[in-house]
Design a protein around this ligand. Structure first.
Ligand code: GDP
Ligand code: MG
Length: 183
């Protein structure tokens, strides 16, 4: 009699956005539960894993994190976008440029992801980070929500540093995991 194995699947999630928006901190917050006080600029690709259980299913989330460096981009970009299951587009609520550049990131994502899969079926989430810096907020919730609606993705405003006044980092990844589980 074979022992029943829990259903186990691995999902690749990529985190995209300008340098310095907090991609690495968000990933650490979720996978390690900590805020990195002084995180180094990521070189190349770095991935972390977190195994979670939803109902009777064990799911492994493999989270890919990068810097937007040229050297990385030329050699790794196709690899980075290959077989992606979900995407987080991240901007910094205190940095208008990081919000405006999302258009570029979405274009790039569309270009590479359609090469190997139906990119429209991949769950996407828009994440406004650094919400703890309330007084410096430059990207309003309204602006971000309009953009999110236009691109048909849910918006989460969060902080990798202090999520007491915003959406919890955990909730963002759990939302994604639930969507993936039911996909
Ligand atoms: P990445 O380049 O997108 O990976 O950004 P990092 O995760 O390296 O973070 C860039 C800088 O922003 C670092 O100095 C972090 O300490 C800081 N940072 C990241 N997330 C937050 C946040 O939610 N709030 C605040 N106040 N600072 C943050
Ligand atoms: Mg980084």
């Amino acid at each position: 009699q074979p022992i029943a194995q829990p259903h186990r699947r691995i999902f690749k999630i990529i985190v995209i956005g300008d340098s310095n928006v907090g991609k690495t901190c968000l990933t650490f917050r979720f996978c390690g539960g900590k805020f990195l006080e002084r995180s180094e600029a990521t070189i190349g690709v770095d991935f972390r894993e977190k195994t979670i259980q939803i109902d009777d299913e064990v799911i492994k989330l493999q989270i890919w994190d990068t810097a937007g460096q040229e050297r990385f981009r030329k050699s790794m970009i196709a690899h980075y976008y290959r077989n992606v299951h979900a995407v987080l587009f991240v901007y910094d609520v205190t940095n208008i440029n990081s919000f405006e550049n999302l258009t570029h990131w979405i274009e790039e994502y569309n270009r590479f992801c359609t090469l190997n899969q139906t990119s429209s079926l991949i769950p996407k989430i828009l994440v406004g980070n650094k919400c703890d810096l309330e007084s410096d907020q430059k990207v309003s919730t309204n602006m971000a929500q309009t953009f999110a609606d236009m691109h048909q993705m849910p918006l989460f405003e969060t902080s990798a540093k202090d999520d007491s006044h915003s959406d919890h980092v955990e909730a963002i990844f759990m939302t994604l995991a639930l969507k993936l589980k039911n996909s």
